[in-house]
Design a protein around this ligand. Sequence first.
Ligand code: TYM
Length: 330
Amino acid sequence: MKRSISGIKPTGNLTLGNYIGALREFKKYQDEYENYVFIADLHALTLPIDPAFLRSNTKDIVAFYLASGLDINKTTIFLQSDVSAHSELNSILINYLYMGELSRMTQFKDKSAKLNHEAIGVGLFAYPVLMAADILLYNADVVPVGEDQQQHVELTRDLVHRFNTRYNKEVFVMPKAITPKVGARIMSLSDPTKKMSKSDPKGDIFLKDEPNIIRKKIMSAVTDTGSDIIYDPVNKPGISNLLQIYAALSDISIEEAQTKFKDIHQYGEFKKIVADKVLEEIIPFQERYKAFLNNNTINEVLNIGKERARKVANKTLTKIKKTVGLYVHE
Ligand code: TYM
């Protein structure tokens, strides 16, 4: 059976972007693939974070995973820091990527641009190395992610090629990023030229927002001149973003969504239909999330996941240690 792996970093409140670009996609793989989904808590340390906030975000993500329909009989849900092989493989792989390529990563450039040059953490810089370890430990064939993470998976592919060539055998499986057909890059509602991100409270829809707040945010989303509902990200980024959200949540193409709205010539009316669609999906999701958060299943799920993930990861780690010449003994 082919394997799929992905994760979410518990750095803040999850957004509708995380939901459409990633979370909602994960369950689509659990029938056809051996599915691994984790919480990238070590990655959350790459920028300063309050410990209590990190802990509660971590629990939230487990509950979100369960609420999204991930079934622990089909999907291994685990915590990155529970599987020490991630850190160990990271220590090995860090020697196979170059400073030049890491410094060209868009996410690094964006995040480090906001910091004093002297205070850019090594972890932030080496972020994609740990991400490569996450993927390669599980010999994953596919990595479902949003568009912004594609570049990191590409770098992982470069690493696989480099590593396998160097040792002259197929040590690592070549992974492939898969992004949703519609919704791989949900934009901010307050500035639709920018990606919706966990650190942009104004333009975000948070998965924990009250339904009336979600409706309000959508109704006041920045739109464009004109009154037609047309997908044109360059000239009509606001309307295009809302169309994208509607299409993704309806599991239809952008063209189909556009056809549906061809007779509507009022943005207000269109926004109301988009808000209804989002709430139709998010309200029951929030109810399931709350139930999972309150019924003490979180630790049990993580304990089961930890055991399963460790088994697979440790096996790969041993193989890699042997490959590079570390002295593996019983
Ligand atoms: P993170 O936590 O930033 O985001 C989690 C997932 O959500 C997607 N995403 C979006 N998709 C569409 N529109 C948006 N506006 C949007 N914002 C975020 C992201 O692309 C991602 O898929 N580095 C990863 C976590 C990670 C990981 C891994 C993922 C660590 N190791 C190994 C896959 C495999 C991250 O920070 O995602």
